[in-house]
Design a protein around this ligand. Structure first.
Ligand code: PLP
Length: 463
């Protein structure tokens, strides 16, 4: 049953035309892109759900804030506006901007990780994984087992398994664990939330062992919204209060501000102590820019400060999360196997269940990307073996447990009618799934551990 849908809590003031390329144009575009969704041009796409990163619509208040940018190199007013917003909304005293989330990761992991270190996570996002590898460390998944079972219902599938975390600390010791990180919501595991109770438990474990707790907080407002909806003890708190309480569990956070903070570009590192903040500054200056602008223009900092205040608006969040759920419900009604319950920013289709006749080594999630693009010029992305399979010490390929295809919903961008079209298109592909009898192999493949799917060229072959 599709729940009653919430209409858009905004009206449209400026339009951006999009067109549906015809069948021939789509085939040509696929060839030009080497069958990789990242290779398509935006004009080849009708509805673009590749990512919800930096693709949302800013409010009129944010556009107005752009005009207030102070472009001083050091100590700009705009930086102090950001600092105030961070203190008000998140409670951290220290913030350094970065040009986006992975830049914050470069600074944090480059400053704190040495060769042989292990970083326990629920699950790391792909760029996070990449930065840890790049600094000689290893991320370690400690998410609860339910996260690996797309068909199982659990309100907080992003939770850390406390026993796994304790075991990791017992095994590697504080000397090899410079920090613990929890991704909220858990993007790689289907945009699944982490409960406040679980974060408090993780925080206690970390404090007991003297290990700092970091959050990868790209989707912190959505996580807080889920906590309000699903965690009994938090039902009567506002999303803003829950978000603050969430932040209270952590020593520091990295944020891709292209996600919940509602800007098209930007990132930041927020921390609780001057000592930790200072640890990051040399690397910020080396890679990003001076500490009060970190690779962003003053106007970007203004838009970000405003976006942080808007992201906790409960009507906005109810519509956004409702729209994602609506897509999940429509797909579910059509029989399409999805990760349940729906996540905050995206619907993840279980590509292994969608195409059970395509082996994981033939990249079923990426075959699904191609077929959905063919059917309706809709762009999503495969997140399975192509993205995450890695050889072990003996060279044997270790395949990821999940073979997912993601439809990320842009913030304040598409209407519920767009969502209906997406669902219809995918249900049509599902009905003809048995006739899809090909796999993909790699042509050009870059040496980029954990992230080659951005650049790889693919070639279809008959199965
Ligand atoms: C997007 C994202 C990142 C990386 O941020 P960018 O702004 O794309 O560099 C890191 N972690 C999570 C959870 C993300 O969703």
């Amino acid at each position: 049953m599709v729940e009653r849908i919430m209409p858009e809590p905004f009206r449209i003031k400026m339009v951006e035309s999009v067109r549906v390329p015809d069948k021939n144009e789509r085939e040509e575009a696929l060839k030009r892109a080497h069958f990789n969704m990242f290779g398509l041009r935006s004009q080849d796409v009708y509805i673009d759900l590749l990512t919800d990163s930096g693709t949302g619509a800013m409010s009129k208040q944010q556009w107005a804030a752009l005009m207030m940018g102070d472009e001083a190199y050091a100590g700009a007013d705009s930086y102090f506006h950001l600092k105030e917003a961070v203190k008000d909304i998140l409670g951290f005293d220290y913030v350094v901007p970065t040009h986006q989330g992975r830049a914050a990761e470069n600074v944090v992991f480059g400053s704190l990780v040495k060769k042989g270190d292990v970083i326990p996570f629920n699950m790391p996002f792909d760029t996070t994984r990449g930065h840890i590898f790049n600094n000689g460390g290893e991320p370690l998944d400690c998410v609860i087992d339910e996260a690996y079972r797309p068909e199982v219902q659990h309100p907080f599938k992003g939770n850390v398994d406390i026993d796994k975390l304790e075991a990791a600390i017992a095994k590697y010791g504080k000397e090899r664990i410079p920090l613990v990180m929890v991704t909220i919501t858990n993007n790689s595991g289907g945009g699944q939330p982490v409960s406040l109770e679980n974060l408090r438990q993780v925080s206690d474990v970390c404090r007991r062992h003297g290990i700092p707790l970091f959050l990868d907080a790209a989707r912190m407002a959505e996580n807080a919204y889920f906590i309000k909806a699903r965690e009994e003890a938090c039902r009567d708190l506002s999303v803003a209060q829950i978000l603050k309480a969430t932040m209270d569990t952590a020593d520091a956070i990295t944020v891709s501000c292209k996600k919940d903070p509602l800007v098209n570009i930007g990132g930041m590192i927020c921390s609780r102590t001057e000592e930790l903040h200072n640890t990051f500054l040399p690397r910020v200056i080396l890679f990003e820019g001076y500490a009060t602008y970190g690779g962003l223009a003053g106007r970007d900092l203004e838009a970000l400060a405003q976006g942080l205040r808007e992201m906790v608006d409960e009507q906005y969040l109810a519509h956004r999360i409702g729209q994602v759920r609506y897509l999940g419900e429509l797909l579910g009604e059509g029989g399409v196997p999805c990760v349940t319950p729906a996540g905050g920013h995206a619907i993840f289709i279980d590509a292994a269940a969608f195409f059970p006749h395509i082996p994981q080594s033939a990249y079923p999630a990426d075959v699904l990307s191609i077929e959905i693009y063919r059917e309706g010029a809709i762009r999503g992305i495969g997140l399975g073996a192509l993205a995450f399979a890695t050889p072990d010490e003996t060279g044997k390929i270790i395949y990821p447990k999940l073979e997912l295809y993601r439809l990320a919903i842009n913030r304040r961008t598409y209407t519920n009618h767009h969502i209906q079209f997406v669902a219809q298109t995918i249900v049509d592909v599902y009905r003809r799934r048995d006739s899809v009898r090909y796999g993909l192999r790699e042509g050009y493949s870059p040496a980029l551990k954990g992230m080659k799917h951005f650049l790889v060229h693919l070639e279809p072959y008959d199965l």
